[in-house]
Design a protein around this ligand. Structure first.
Ligand SMILES: [Zn+2]
Length: 399
């Protein structure tokens, strides 16, 4: 390990230039649904990653069907996936992946970066995950600049839709999982610098309830109230919150119109989190039962869409060697590494469910992600780039 450290010296003075590149990327809005903005960031990333060589392709995402508040299904356009393959004939291969979209839409007030008085970079996507993109880039540059380049092959996937659950890129991620030995994903490290060992699984579910409209004065009895049925259904779902491991969040309801009309449509949206596949199938069975029960009500129909897009990521035995490698690399660099679980899900869940062991928080340290207070700790950029470099170098040295 010690003799590999010298290769990471090239990163010693890179903090300012990494910070400048991250700022440039974050000042371009790439909210998932801002496809033009995602494309601009994507173009900038292609220029940055082209210097690594390798076969770079832009891949179309799958169509994403969304259910609107009017209960109708429409297709939502998403950006493209950047896919790079280098040294495909090497016997060992590593997957590196992170997303380029953010949660901040084009109409959000939070659009530009600024340095805070405390010396942090505050801006949309600085930690989640444009900082991670640049950490990943610098790690690959370090590997390719060393004499170990070519000892291992690698693949990069940069997807444009992680913040909405990767509906358009999940099938591509899964299709590439089996070709690599392990995966490194560059979501931000936890605020104290910790890495994530296990993650809950998550799914979003939409219940479209249809009843029958009627005049509330003249013809009330012939109406069938979709809002009331939905409210009862959502209450039953909320009452499933009996064990802390499995949570049901009734997150959004819409429906109705003028108050003198019995409402014929109501839509309820629920986010569910589970720790294991058994809990996941339990939820699926409970939801199917509830839909059947409410479909038997006179004049009411219920339609359910959604699924567990990110299955739970348990701490499997096959990820332990990678964890050990990361701990050793961190020790060599004098970085403290702690491991903890989280209720949040990411593309690491999808790779894990497709059989690819991975660690998914190798990005820089930061916090308050998904809020206007999102920040990145500039001093973490070089150490995290060195850590990712050393993981690759140590694997290459064994090849
Ligand atoms: Zn992220």
């Amino acid at each position: 390990m010690e003799q590999l450290l010298i290769h990471t010296d090239r990163l010693n003075n890179q903090q300012d230039s990494m910070l400048a590149t991250i700022t440039r990327l974050c000042d371009i809005n790439s909210g998932t649904l801002n496809v033009a903005g995602v494309e601009r960031v994507s173009n900038a990333l292609v220029k940055l990653f082209e210097v690594l060589g390798g076969d770079l392709q832009l891949i179309d995402t799958d169509p994403w069907t969304v259910v609107g508040d009017d209960g109708k299904r429409t297709e939502q356009k998403l950006g493209k996936i950047i896919h790079i393959i280098k040294h495909p004939d090497a016997p060992k291969k590593v997957m590196l992946c992170i997303h380029c979209d953010t949660v901040y839409g084009i109409d959000n007030d939070f659009q530009k970066c600024q340095m805070t008085a405390g010396g942090q970079l505050n801006g949309p996507g600085v930690a989640d995950a444009k900082g991670g993109l640049i950490v990943m880039l610098e790690a690959l540059k370090t590997l390719e600049a060393s004499e170990l380049a070519g000892k291992i092959g690698w693949e990069v996937i940069i997807n444009p839709d992680e913040e909405v659950g990767s509906p358009g890129s999940a099938s591509f991620l899964r299709s590439r999982a089996s070709g690599c030995d392990f995966g490194l994903l560059f979501e931000p490290a936890l605020p104290g610098g910790g890495l994530v060992s296990w993650r809950k699984g998550t799914g979003n579910f939409t219940f479209v309830v249809r009843g029958k409209s009627a005049h509330s004065g003249r013809d009330f009895a012939s109406g069938r109230n979709a809002i009331v049925a939905l409210a009862r259904l959502m209450d039953e779902i909320d009452q499933l919150n009996i064990e802390p491991d499995v949570t049901y969040n009734v997150g959004r309801i819409t429906g109705g119109g003028a108050v003198n009309i019995v409402p014929e449509l109501a839509v309820g949206r629920v986010n569910v989190r589970v720790c294991n596949l058994e809990q996941q199938s339990g939820v699926e069975i409970d939801f199917a039962d509830l839909v059947e029960k409410y479909n038997q009500l006179d004049g009411i129909s219920v339609e359910l869409t959604g699924s567990f897009s990110s299955p739970p990521k348990a701490l499997e035995d096959n990820v332990k060697p990678l964890q050990n490698r990361i701990t050793q690399c961190a020790e060599a660099l004098g970085i403290d590494v702690t491991w903890q679980g989280t209720g949040g899900a990411c593309d690491g869940n999808k790779f894990a469910s497709a059989g690819l062991p991975n660690i998914d928080t190798l990005g820089p340290c930061g916090g308050h992600i998904h809020s206007v207070h999102e920040f990145l700790i500039p001093e973490s950029l070089v150490p995290r780039a060195k850590l990712a470099s050393l993981i690759l170098l140590s694997y290459a040295a064994e090849a």
